[in-house]
Ligand binder design. Structure first.
Ligand SMILES: CC(C)(COP(=O)(O)OP(=O)(O)OC[C@H]1O[C@@H](n2cnc3c(N)ncnc32)[C@H](O)[C@@H]1OP(=O)(O)O)[C@@H](O)C(=O)NCCC(=O)NCCS
Length: 209
């Protein structure tokens, strides 16, 4: 499997896997509960995405010399290490999966294909001031969507709205970092710096709390 690994700091790493079939011998590292979840995914494509995301976590952990603890999902769908140490975020889509791990801080990662239709969806996830600076460029819209998803995943609570509670500062296609904030929730406001990477028609964003 082709993997790109980025050591973000001694406490954090990101891994991106190109998705391909995974032989059964490669799933031994999963916890018992994870093996059950894996076995229960009926659609083959989804199963492969799921396992490639977990292999990405394993590679990120290997990179900072930490063992794979197994992960469970909370009531919001966010994964947490079973040993209680550290934070993880996952994203997987057709052909590609990514995971980020940090030992001390919440993290969020998201992968998206650049698509024309995201411009039409703008009013559902963007404030008017954001649409003003995005114009109608699909790559900018996909980047905005992905950045908001990374921020959403970093905080992890279902009730937070991409449109009403996450605001991005103006950015352009050249920017490698986007600033954004969560506001107007029952939790305290928080400011984020979201890293942006582009490869062919895929945008990847990630953020550390
Ligand atoms: C949950 C959500 C973040 C998943 O994103 P996605 O683009 O569909 O899928 P991705 O592959 O990028 O991410 C999937 C991973 O997100 C993680 N995830 C799910 N819920 C999460 C949460 N509340 N917090 C953090 N991570 C979460 C899971 O690890 C999941 O992978 P898994 O099922 O293999 O464990 C997304 O569906 C969502 O709810 N977004 C925000 C809500 C919203 O406002 N949407 C509509 C606006 S128009």
């Amino acid at each position: 499997m082709q993997t790109k690994i980025e050591k973000i700091s001694p406490l954090s790493a990101l891994a991106v896997n190109i998705i391909e079939e995974v032989p059964d011998s490669m799933v031994d590292f999963l916890s018992f509960r994870e093996k059950l979840s894996y076995a229960n995914i009926s659609r083959v494509e989804k199963r492969v995405e799921w396992i490639c995301a977990r292999l990405a976590i394993k590679k990120a952990l290997d990179c900072i010399s930490l063992p794979y603890p197994g992960f469970f999902k909370d009531e919001n769908g966010k994964s947490h290490p079973m040993d209680g140490y550290g934070y993880v975020s996952l994203s997987h889509t057709k052909g590609i999966a990514a995971a980020i791990f940090h030992k001390d801080m919440p993290v969020g990662v998201d992968l998206d294909y650049i698509r024309e239709k995201v411009v039409r969806l703008g009013p559902k996830f963007l404030d008017k001031t954001e649409m003003d600076f995005l114009g109608n460029n699909p790559e900018l819209y996909t980047t905005a969507w992905s950045a908001k998803e990374s921020i959403f995943k970093c905080q992890g609570k279902r009730g937070v709205s991409l449109k009403n509670n996450i605001m991005l500062e103006p950015f352009s296609l050249e920017d490698k970092v986007i600033k954004g904030k969560i506001y107007g929730t029952e939790f305290s406001d928080h400011h984020y710096r979201v890293k942006v990477e582009k490869e062919n028609d895929i945008i990847m964003t990630y953020t550390v709390w």
